[in-house]
Design a protein around this ligand. Structure first.
Ligand SMILES: [Zn+2]
Length: 226
């Protein structure tokens, strides 16, 4: 996996390979199983503006760079494969968020467990601020692949880089594939800790004032990496 210091990928072939490497790393990190998640990266050149996304129905180990689907911001797919069924929220996040350069979507077990209870992650731990705010929201349920789900996801991500999706999974957004993947790992770690704390009782939440201090530190010193 590329480190955070890797320079931006300027070559389409290299970015296609990085999308596949990120999907494989997502499963290797234990935050996704099988083909249920998906990964994309924003891509533009003189003749194209859109993103590159994992195809539907192809195991990541068998995905070749040419099978990664190029999609325009209008949702037109180019390539030999069909895009992931969740392409709509990838497209809508790139349209809504100039800061989004890469998106990782997983069905991570602990994040999804909370999402099945329609519980977001409150400020039970200061690292919740790594997603950009006081909490990590849980978007309401809607059928996978629908515009309704996409609308819920974009709303839940307002002012945040990650959200849970009710009865479904999570989304992490980054300035690079490496950042999006690191954030997805961090969200799953937080979800596991929150779930464990809930086994004992209701965790003590940090105040808005304490979280403001942390958010300011992250802005000043950069986000800690998982
Ligand atoms: Zn999904």
């Amino acid at each position: 996996m590329a480190s955070k210091r890797t320079p931006p990928v300027n070559d389409e072939r290299a970015l296609r390979e990085a999308v596949i490497a990120t999907a494989l790393a997502m499963n290797a990190a234990g935050i996704n199983r099988g083909k249920s998640g998906n990964v994309s990266a924003r891509w533009r050149d003189v003749a194209f503006e859109g993103f590159l996304i994992t195809p539907t129905g192809v195991p990541y180990q068998q995905t070749a760079p040419e099978q990664i689907v190029a999609m325009t911001l209008r949702g037109e797919a180019r390539g030999t494969q069909l895009p992931s069924s969740e392409w709509r929220f990838h497209r809508d996040i790139y349209v809504a968020r100039a800061d989004a350069q890469a998106i990782v979507h997983t069905h991570a077990p602990f994040a999804t467990t909370l999402a099945c209870m329609h519980r977001g992650i409150p400020a039970f731990h200061y690292m919740v601020a790594v997603a950009g705010g006081m909490d990590i929201r849980c978007a309401p349920y809607a059928t996978f692949g629908t515009q309704e789900l996409s609308d819920h996801a974009v709303a839940a991500l307002a002012g945040r880089r990650a959200c849970l999706l009710a009865n479904h999974g999570m989304i992490a957004v980054g300035a690079s594939l490496a950042q999006a993947l690191a954030l997805a790992v961090e969200v799953e770690t937080l979800a596991e800790m929150y779930w464990r704390a809930l086994q004992i009782g209701e965790p003590v939440l940090l105040s808005e004032g304490e979280m403001d201090v942390v958010l300011e530190k992250f802005r000043t010193y950069g986000q800690p990496q998982a």
